[in-house]
Design a protein around this ligand. Structure first.
Ligand code: ATP
Ligand code: TPS
Ligand code: MG
Length: 338
């Protein structure tokens, strides 16, 4: 993207809207898209699934690590994962952006490209139906996403039953491994150099952190296959599974042998980045931001293609979380204590 050297302040709200609106896809489900006071979205099921999530420069991302395109992609993955986690099909999004006046306009075009590419790749036909522009000292990105249940019941966190299989669609620990690489090296090395020194495996982990890809289609697939409970894993497998276990009043037991392939993949990808981190299985258990789908299914169900079995649901025990027979604490990401 050739930079014209123009800033957001020079472009102004109108100019910015023209730039942004020119580059974002429309939604197949929009009767009226962006451009008026509000949008009109179809709700074929009659019920609407709604979620909102905010990313703030500083606590949630750094501009020297994430490009505009990275953040556009991450905003789509993290928000559509919440819609998918209800078993719903995404129908549209609205995006509120607060930008510093000094931000180059190329950043905004880059961001819009990230939105479009991620939508094309993981939810074709879903688009941005509106948004809001404001100014702030640091970038804030707030996304509201909508979804349709297609006449199914929502797949809630409280539906896990003793005897169910626990399954995962998507990555575990790879995004956190990418963040660990950034934290360990990126202050001394430019990102390009870091990509070279950590090899293709490390580069893939950086991408998992900066541009996570969520298995959006797996959400409705799980619902069609009678998933009993589901959520996206944003704060870490143990912490999010603990939320599901509490809501369902069950114990979730993960099998070490079934998680080992995730840890082995991580170990391979980290092999050219010595000194990092100590135990890949701990990253699999505690790492957040992969936006994988954690679901439970009755034991006789054939798991949808995207899902891998990782454990089983037990009746409530003193420990809500077990790794084989060892009790585990719900340790993961908490935005207020990190
Ligand atoms: N400010 C708020 N007002 C009302 N409800 C809230 C507020 N913040 C969070 N919640 C609700 O609390 C629940 C848990 O929120 P949390 O952010 O942990 O989960 P989530 O929405 O799945 O997040 P993630 O984006 O990390 O997947 C959600 O149902 C959310 O709507
Ligand atoms: C610069 C920088 N600092 C920290 C992190 C880690 N981080 C941010 S949000 C989040 C979990 C999901 O958040 P939420 O629950 O709000 O959706 C995590 C693990 C990062 N990626 N970049
Ligand atoms: Mg969630």
């Amino acid at each position: 993207m050739p930079s014209t050297g123009t800033t957001v302040a020079q472009l102004g709200e109108r100019g910015l809207l023209t730039r942004v609106l020119a580059n974002i896809p429309a939604s197949r489900d929009a009767e009226l898209g962006a451009g008026d006071d509000a949008a009109v979205l179809h709700a074929p099921d009659g019920r609407v699934v709604i979620t909102v999530d905010t990313m703030n420069e500083g606590p949630d991302f750094r501009r020297d690590w994430s490009s505009g395109e990275d953040l556009g992609r991450k905003a789509i993955a993290s928000n559509l994962a919440d819609i998918a986690a209800m078993g719903a099909r995404p129908t549209g999004l609205v995006i509120a952006l607060a930008l510093p006046g000094s931000l180059p306009d190329a950043w905004v075009e880059d961001f819009a490209r990230g939105l479009s590419c991620a939508l094309d790749e993981c939810a074709p036909g879903v688009g941005i139906v509106g948004g809001d522009l404001a100014t702030a000292e640091r970038i804030q990105i707030s996304v509201t996403a909508f979804g349709d249940l297609e006449r199914r019941a929502p797949v809630v966190r409280s539906g896990a039953r003793s005897g169910d299989v626990i399954a995962l669609a998507g990555d575990a620990g790879r995004s956190a491994a990418g963040l660990a690489l950034l934290a360990a090296y990126a202050n001394d090395e430019p990102l390009e150099q870091l990509r070279e020194s950590c090899g293709p495996g490390g580069t893939a982990l950086l991408a998992a952190q900066l541009r996570p890809v969520a298995p959006i289609a797996a959400g409705p697939a799980a619902a069609r296959a009678s998933a009993s409970a589901m959520m996206d894993v944003s704060d870490g497998l143990l912490l999010d599974a603990h939320r599901m276990a509490e809501a369902s009043n069950v114990t979730m037991r993960f099998e070490r042998a079934l998680l080992e392939p995730f840890a082995e993949r991580l170990a391979r990808e980290l092999s050219e980045s010595p000194g990092l981190p100590d135990d890949p299985l701990e990253l699999v258990l505690r790492g957040g931001e992969d936006h994988a789908l954690l679901a439970t299914f009755p034991v006789d169900v054939v798991l949808p293609e995207a899902f891998t079995r990782i454990g089983e649901v037990l009746p409530p025990e003193p420990s809500r979380l077990l790794l084989d027979d060892e009790g585990r604490e719900p340790i993961g990401w908490d935005p207020f204590s990190n």
